[in-house]
Design a binder for this molecule. Structure first.
Ligand code: ADP
Length: 169
């Protein structure tokens, strides 16, 4: 049987509990989920692509994820990353109305420029993650607030420390 694969792309700067929730749900839907960490030099990020990949791998280090979850960084177009990985399904999350417009634009554009039939599957954010974003987490960490509600315990200290560094820059 062909494995049903999907890719979940994003910046993950840093990965939040909202992203984790989506990954776990995607794993229930697909045999394999590839997390694509976008390496975009034009986007100012707190963490390098390698650091972001490492944080995600740390959270999903349990052996139950072996062979089911892969974390890779990618440069360039999502459609090329999908082609390289032989995937035609993208997972994206929808929070508020503002996500909808951007996500729809991305999805339609990707389909327009690809010669393949691509599908985007939107998973609705859960109520407790509805207002959670990487930017909010960074804002709190920058001001040395407690981020434990929003990020996994395994990466909390790294993010908290980066916040203090950023404040001093
Ligand atoms: P991007 O820069 O591609 O938007 P993000 O890392 O911010 O990257 O988000 C990746 C995807 O995860 C997007 O589809 C976004 O809507 C979704 N997402 C982010 N935060 C949440 C959340 N709290 N709940 C559900 N989906 C989320």
């Amino acid at each position: 049987m062909n494995k049903k694969k999907s890719v979940y792309p994003g910046s993950f700067d840093p990965i939040t509990k909202g992203h984790i929730n989506l990954i776990e749900r995607a794993l229930n839907l697909y045999d394999e989920v590839i997390i694509g960490v976008l390496d975009n030099p034009n986007k100012k990020t707190w963490f390098t692509p390698a650091e972001r990949v490492e944080m995600i791998e740390k959270i999903f280090s349990d052996k139950k994820y072996k062979g089911k979850l892969e974390v890779k960084s990618f440069k360039g177009l999502l459609i090329d990353f999908m082609e390289d990985n032989d995937v035609n399904i993208t997972i994206r999350g929808l929070r508020a109305v503002s996500d909808y417009e951007y996500e729809l634009q991305m999805s339609l554009t990707n389909n327009a420029i690809s010669s393949k039939k691509l599908e985007t599957i939107f998973l609705a954010a859960t109520r407790d993650n509805l207002y959670l974003s990487s930017s909010i987490v960074k804002e709190i960490a920058l001001n040395n607030g407690d981020i434990s509600l929003f990020v996994d315990e395994k990466i909390k200290n790294v993010v908290q420390k980066r916040g203090i560094q950023k404040r001093e820059e």
